[in-house]
Design a protein around this ligand. Structure first.
Ligand code: ATP
Length: 287
């Protein structure tokens, strides 16, 4: 694949970071410490959540419905105020800087972009116009060519109205729009939700290429734990607003509890029916 000098330089940086192994641990891009979030001044959702995302890695954030995964991403992106949510304790640091009180636009300028759940594209605008909107923080420096080069499928759709695209195409557009701000940290909220298996493959493939070829750091929230752990370097499992388990992605995928509760597999490797898994949830060993 052809790479622009900018892309190639960043890819080189990422390879260097990844090649270091345990001896040269990549620096931490994002550190969330003891985060507490309350909606509408009464609904306590995050209860002292802490996590780290090393630079150049993909970190998966998994957990059951309502655990607080989306809230965590919104707290990192600075999007809580629009939902009457407040960070009442704890800190969010990005590249060593405390950004806990920073507004969302300033965080985008610092290099954080979020792909919201449900592919929130501007339905009445064309693909190209959606990308223009994504690049507003960069002004004249907005680089469509780089996004089209990376997501060639979008280039062919550039004058199509976004509302008429398929679910998979809209998800690619949502990712492309986030890339327009030239982020260093991408927050992805359930990018595979509602997509057919072939499109799920495509979306996870793009996330992996963004990481490998552009050196992009990613925090990936997913219900599809199996697929998320297959592309991630590390993973966190959260329940009721706290982290209950974390580790290397391969270790988590192999953990018997994770297998039972999130991958739907029993000890013999058989796939469990949803009702069985639900039953097992009552005896989670980490709670
Ligand atoms: P899901 O997988 O279902 O998306 P999640 O782990 O992402 O769940 P959140 O969406 O962060 O969880 O929600 C966590 C809790 O916070 C839920 O109980 C939810 O009802 C509540 N919540 C989320 N957003 C708001 C809001 N804007 N106002 C009030 N409560 C909210």
């Amino acid at each position: 694949m052809n790479q622009t000098p900018d892309v190639a330089a960043r890819a080189g940086k990422s390879r260097a970071a990844n090649a270091g192994g345990a001896a040269a641990r990549p620096p931490t891009a994002l550190t969330v410490k003891n985060l507490e979030v309350i909606y509408d001044q009464v609904i306590l959702v995050l209860r002292g959540l802490s996590l780290e995302v090393p630079a150049g890695q993909i970190v998966a954030l998994l957990g059951s419905n309502g655990a607080g995964k989306s809230t965590t991403l919104k707290a990192i992106a600075g999007l809580l105020p629009t939902e009457h949510g407040d960070i009442t304790d704890g800190t969010v640091r990005f590249d060593g800087l405390d950004i806990t009180g920073m507004d969302a636009a300033a965080r985008v300028r610092r290099g954080i972009a979020m792909v919201m759940e449900g592919r929130r594209v501007f339905e009445h605008l064309t693909v190209q116009e959606n990308l223009v909107a994504g690049g507003y923080t960069r002004g004249a420096k907005a680089d469509y060519a780089r996004v089209y080069e990376f997501l060639p499928g979008l280039a062919a759709l550039r004058s199509r109205v976004a509302g008429y695209l398929s679910g998979g195409e809209q998800q690619m557009l949502a990712i492309g729009r986030a890339l327009m701000s030239d982020p260093r940290l991408l927050l992805l909220d359930e990018p595979s939700l509602g997509l057919a298996p072939r499109l799920v493959d495509e979306v996870f493939g793009v996330i992996q290429r963004l990481n490998r070829e552009l050196g992009l750091t990613a925090l990936l929230v997913e219900q599809n734990a199996r697929r998320a752990l297959a592309v991630a370097h590390r993973g966190y499992i959260m329940e009721s607003g706290r982290i209950v388990l974390d580790g290397a992605a391969a270790e988590l995928a192999d953990n018997p509890d994770v297998k039972e509760f999130y991958l739907g597999l029993g000890e013999a490797g058989h796939r469990r029916r949803y009702r069985d898994v639900k039953h097992y949830k009552r005896r989670k060993r980490w709670l």
